[in-house]
Ligand binder design. Structure first.
Ligand code: NAD
Length: 473
């Protein structure tokens, strides 16, 4: 049983003012494996105060110093990769290969930010003016449970590269992963107060950060509902706000796609991170004429997809993170059935042979129409909808008929055609025949998938404000 009873304030591990204890579960066994003592609003205020004090000096640090810090943070986090991988499997239930990727990604994002910072022009000219990109101030970074270490490291890297100091509020469900990240970042020996980590509840610690007058910038990743409440709270002091929210991403299978390749890719896009991914491709749009053939390929491919023990190398879908998430996914499967969608794989309940753990059956519905609940709402589990379309204009219309716009996938054997389709999709990223990530490119959503961008130069600039000087040259 792990007991986590400290938060990280002003360069030190300290006892929180908050006194609530929160249980941590292994989702593969439903057993309590740890307890975390949560921070409260007083701790949040102390963290903001520490970050505010540190900002005065840190905002004037040189590019060289910040690059050096990012390198040290990278080395320190990379040194804990094995521990982090283990915690991701234990606390989150990610299949081992996915957990390994997630742990590596957390240290990689620090180098990605360093490479952007390396050549970034903080000063430039606009007509007769000198334009200086200036750090915003204290940044509040609020992250979800579905990629704890990666989100903490990625947001912190961009904030520090810009010259901001930070208060981080990770998900209370990820305290074991957060502990490892915090210990690693502490070992990187940054100046006290530059970053502070307060694990606590969203409605107390998160809300305190999101409304604190000394927080200039918010970067939030999480659900669209909470994102909207954060934006409302931030309005009072006009905080600059980046929101990375939910998605209901379309996978457009064009009529020239090779189904042998398209089906496995579509299933991987849908089931990534056990379906608990904002970018999961959950609406698969298939030409009506190819529907039966596509379904047959899906049924065959899904028989090879294993949901179960995340430590088993053959597993590609782990458990849902919590009982609440399991219940939610079950509810959506029932709604799909009630609304007349046709189940071609999976269904309610646990996979065969599993009687404990928050495992769900990899589920695919066909004959889904885009107005059904399962096609409109983010389920956040391995439940996919196949929607038939008549022609390419119909496909694009259906793809864009959603409140979200985070990511889309186009599968085709004709790149020029896929490119043309990609240009017509309302989404922050469109992936053609690939699931690759590009850290230099902006990431973020259209419509209710968010505001602003992370990664690359766009992500760095989200922590800065331009200032124009006239008459100085
Ligand atoms: P969530 O919105 O419930 O929580 C996210 C974070 O916000 C947590 O740290 C939570 O404690 C905090 N929070 C909750 N209420 C708050 C409040 N009133 N004020 C301030 N903070 C508050 O999301 P989740 O369930 O942890 O994560 C899943 C969601 O995140 C999904 O909707 C998913 O699509 C989204 N997500 C988006 C991206 C992206 O990059 N666009 C990436 C991953 C996850």
């Amino acid at each position: 049983m792990q007991i986590i009873d400290k938060i990280y304030l002003d360069g030190a591990f300290v006892e929180p003012h908050g006194t609530e204890w929160f249980d941590l579960f292994n989702p593969a066994t439903e057993q309590v494996t740890g307890r975390v003592r949560l921070a409260d609003a007083v701790d949040a205020a102390r963290a903001v105060e520490a970050a505010r004090r540190a900002f005065t000096t840190f905002s004037r640090s040189s590019r060289h110093d910040r690059l050096d810090m990012l390198q040290r943070m990278h080395r320190a986090l990379a040194a804990r990769e094995a521990d982090l991988t283990e915690a991701i499997v234990e606390e989150y239930g990610a299949p081992a290969s996915r957990a390994q990727w997630m742990a590596r990604h957390a240290s990689d994002v620090l180098l990605d930010a360093a490479s952007v910072l390396q050549d970034y022009p903080f000063t430039r000219r606009a007509g007769s003016a000198e334009v200086i990109m200036q750090p915003l101030g204290v940044a509040g970074l609020i992250t979800p449970w579905n990629n704890d270490a990666g989100f903490i490291a990625g947001k912190l890297a961009a904030a520090l590269a810009a010259g901001c100091t930070a208060v981080i509020k990770p998900s209370e469900m990820s305290a074991m992963q957060t502990r490892i990240v915090t210990e690693a970042l502490h070992a990187a020996e940054l100046p006290a107060g530059v970053f502070n980590i307060v694990t606590g509840r969203g409605e107390t610690v998160g809300a305190a950060i999101a409304t604190h007058p000394d927080v200039a910038k918010l970067s939030f990743t999480g659900s669209t509902a909470v994102g909207k409440s954060i934006l409302r709270g931030a309005a009072e002091t006009l905080k600059r706000t980046t929101l990375e929210l939910g998605g209901k991403s379309p996978v457009l299978v064009l009529d020239d796609a090779n189904l042998e390749e398209a089906v496995p890719l579509a299933l991987q896009a849908g089931f990534m991170n056990s379906g608990q991914a904002c970018i999961a491709g959950t609406r698969i749009l298939v030409p009506a004429a190819a529907l039966r053939a596509f379904e047959a390929h899906v049924v065959k491919a899904i028989a090879e997809i294993r949901a179960g023990d995340p430590r088993d190398a053959a597993t590609s879908i782990g458990p849902m993170v919590s009982q609440k998430q399991w219940d939610r996914v079950q509810r959506y499967i029932r709604i799909g059935l009630e609304e007349g969608a046709r189940l071609i794989a999976g269904g309610v309940g646990r996979p065969e042979g599993i009687d404990a753990g928050w495992f769900v059956r990899p589920t695919v519905f066909s004959d889904v129409t885009n107005d059904m609940t399962i096609a409109r709402e983010e389920i956040f589990g391995p439940v996919l909808s196949i929607i038939a379309y008549h022609d390419i204009d119909d496909a694009i219309r259906i793809a864009n008929d959603t409140a979200y716009g985070l990511q889309a996938y186009v599968l085709s054997s004709n790149i020029a055609r896929a490119h043309d389709v990609a240009l017509q999709i309302e989404a922050g990223r469109v992936l053609v025949n690939t699931l690759r990530h590009e850290p230099a490119a902006p990431f973020g959503g259209f419509k209710q998938s968010g505001i602003g961008r992370e990664y690359g130069t766009f992500g760095l600039e989200a922590f800065m404000e331009p200032k124009s000087l006239l008459g100085v040259a």
